[in-house]
Design a protein around this ligand. Structure first.
Ligand code: UT7
Length: 370
């Protein structure tokens, strides 16, 4: 209670790539992509970086730029924390959060990146809420902590740089973008009512994405071996899904592209998403009838429709944005939340659920009162 969303924003890269264009790259059709996923086109970064998009999104959320939704203009020195969720940072160090903090002049903010795959924005909100509650005046131990009154929570992805553009199973699904939200601690407001985060084991590596650091190694199990540098083979081998990560890497598994077994992830998603919604409602002593609007992760329109059916809700109660963006991992939920505010779907006093799932497998939901 008390952690309230007071602004949100989004920014997409300029290039729009319709399905038809991808038929130049892989054996696919617009018909297959649109009927199986609901995707018609996606935005792709050519010149933009991850933080470039996040900066635009954050400026809207802070009330500094047109677009998005903002209850007030927040001064740069009033942001105490930046949490930046990404699986596709521009660089590991400095973090995206640190670069964004500098660009926006958030002189008082502690800033860090985090990764919970596509559920990252949900995890980020839970961290912000917990740190705010723990440092609020009167909270036990608050005097020993950074006071966190306002936080900027970002989901930003430049996923298309880790996509294998020769793999039709994955390349048609993903896109780039960034969304941001400003949250403020105000004990007079209900704000976030409950949250739930969970990990299930992805036993068969159904969804994997490369590490960003992949320099050739001059080591063998015996020690330093300068020849190992020359012998390092950067070629991409097939993943054997039954091997664990260490074995896969030793076997030369691809570390530079995202890889997915779609059906396994689909199966996980269709159970994890309704389960997360049910759990946040249970924790807040509410039922689905109390909820006005749901903002889900956008991986496949069929997954959202399945969740709607399972919850007994019309699709109109879900914000859907996949058609012209595809799946942009942790950026989906904040961008789609921004859409919902911009098109007037969320009204003061509404109970809203944000819900996601992703690699790992992670899943989670946040229930808040607008
Ligand atoms: O953000 C979180 C992670 N992602 C997800 O949540 C994604 C979850 N999974 C999905 O959304 C779906 O499983 C996909 C959209 C990825 C795939 O849809 P599907 O209905 O599960 O298709 P499938 O994998 O069972 O493939 C059916 C057929 C296969 O051909 P055969 O074996 O039946 O001859 C595929 O080779 O469709 C083929 N196929 C394609 N055909 C044309 C796969 N990709 C394509 C393509 N174009 N792009």
């Amino acid at each position: 209670m008390g952690c309230t969303i007071i602004g949100c924003g989004k920014q997409l890269p300029a290039l729009d790539v319709p399905n038809e264009e991808l038929t130049k790259l892989v054996d696919t059709t617009d018909e297959w992509i649109s009927t199986r996923t609901g995707i018609l086109s996606r935005r792709v970064c050519v010149t933009e970086g991850n933080v470039d998009m996040a900066e635009g999104a954050a400026r809207q959320a802070l009330g500094w730029a047109d677009g998005g939704y903002s209850q007030c203009k927040v001064a740069p020195e009033d942001i105490d924390l930046v949490i930046y969720s990404t699986i596709s940072p521009d660089e590991m160090v400095p973090t995206c959060a640190a670069v964004l903090r500098r660009r926006l002049g958030l002189v008082n903010a502690a800033a860090f990146d985090m990764n919970a795959a596509c559920t990252g924005f949900i995890y980020g909100l839970t961290i912000a809420e917990t740190m705010m509650a723990a440092s609020a005046p009167g909270a036990p131990g608050a005097a020993g902590r950074n006071p966190i009154r306002r936080a900027l929570v970002v989901g930003g992805e430049r996923l298309t740089r880790v996509v294998d553009w020769a793999d039709r199973n994955t390349c048609v699904l993903f896109g780039d973008g960034a969304g941001a939200a400003v949250v403020e601690w105000d004990e007079r407001k209900p704000g976030i009512l409950s949250w739930f985060i969970k990990n299930d084991d992805d036993h068969t590596n159904a969804l994997t994405c490369p590490a960003c650091f992949d320099a050739p190694q001059p080591f063998t199990p015996e020690g330093v071996d300068p020849n190992a540098l020359q012998q390092a083979d950067p070629s991409i081998a097939l993943i054997d899904a039954e091997l664990d990560t260490t074995e896969r890497i030793a076997a030369g598994a691809p570390r530079q592209v995202l890889s997915m077994h779609g059906q396994k992830v689909f199966k996980f998603a269709t159970s994890a998403m309704p389960a997360a919604i049910e759990e946040v409602l249970r924790r807040a002593n509410l039922t689905i009838d109390d909820v006005q609007f749901i903002v889900p992760h956008q991986a496949n329109l069929r997954i959202i429709k399945y969740a709607a059916k399972r919850m007994g809700l019309p699709l109109e109660r879900f914000q859907v944005s996949i058609a012209h963006r595809g799946n942009s991992s942790s950026a989906c939920i904040p961008m789609t939340l921004c859409d919902a505010y911009e098109n007037g779907s969320i009204h003061p006093g509404d109970k809203v659920v944000l819900v996601g799932f992703g690699g790992g497998f992670t899943s989670g939901a946040v229930l808040y009162e607008a």
